[in-house]
Design a protein around this ligand. Structure first.
Ligand code: OFO
Length: 171
């Protein structure tokens, strides 16, 4: 059974993952309003990924005999200024999440909860990919900033992204 202290920390992480989903939904709407449907698609997929991250923690907490306590979700921004600024904000947010996962993992180790630490390794690896994905698009947008045909082509590329639930999606 998970300790009350770790139960609280996992609930806080669920809140952060749910906010991530909400933030990316706001970013998707920002791009959709500008007819950049490929960028919007990328963020709609990101929204699904984050919902999956939150649900994976949610189910795990129940499995460990913990109690899920859903918390208030902050209102995300509406205007992101430019495609580059939006992706820079997404990258900054992912770095914040990586830090939060590392802190949660450290708390699990400090308590000797190796089951939770082992479970969180999946998130540590996932964050490497999450940051790399956002970093790549930031770099591409820096290359084409202000050049509309470049933006058009990147939009077409991002339209191809699909959400593929990890194999343990039903776990
Ligand atoms: Fe974007 O990884 Fe979860 O929050």
């Amino acid at each position: 059974m998970i300790s009350k202290k770790l139960e609280k920390a996992v609930n806080e992480q669920i809140q952060k993952e749910t906010y991530s989903a909400y933030l990316y939904l706001a970013m998707a709407a920002y791009f959709a309003a500008q007819n950049l449907d490929g960028f919007a698609n990328w963020f709609y997929v990101q929204n699904q990924e984050e919902t999956f991250h939150a649900m994976k923690l949610h189910k795990y907490l129940i499995e460990r005999g913990g109690e899920v306590e859903l918390m208030e979700i902050q209102k995300p921004p509406k205007d992101f200024e430019s495609p580059l600024k939006a992706f820079q904000a997404a990258l900054e947010h992912e770095r914040f999440i990586s830090k939060s996962i590392n802190e949660l993992l450290q708390k699990a180790l400090d308590e000797g909860d190796h089951a939770l630490a082992s479970f969180l390794k999946w998130y540590v690896d996932e964050q490497v990919e999450e940051e790399a994905n956002a970093e790549k698009i930031v770099a591409q947008l820096e290359m084409i900033e202000g050049y509309k045909p470049g933006l058009y082509h990147l939009d077409k590329e991002l339209a191809a992204r699909v959400f593929t639930p990890p194999v343990d999606a039903t776990a």
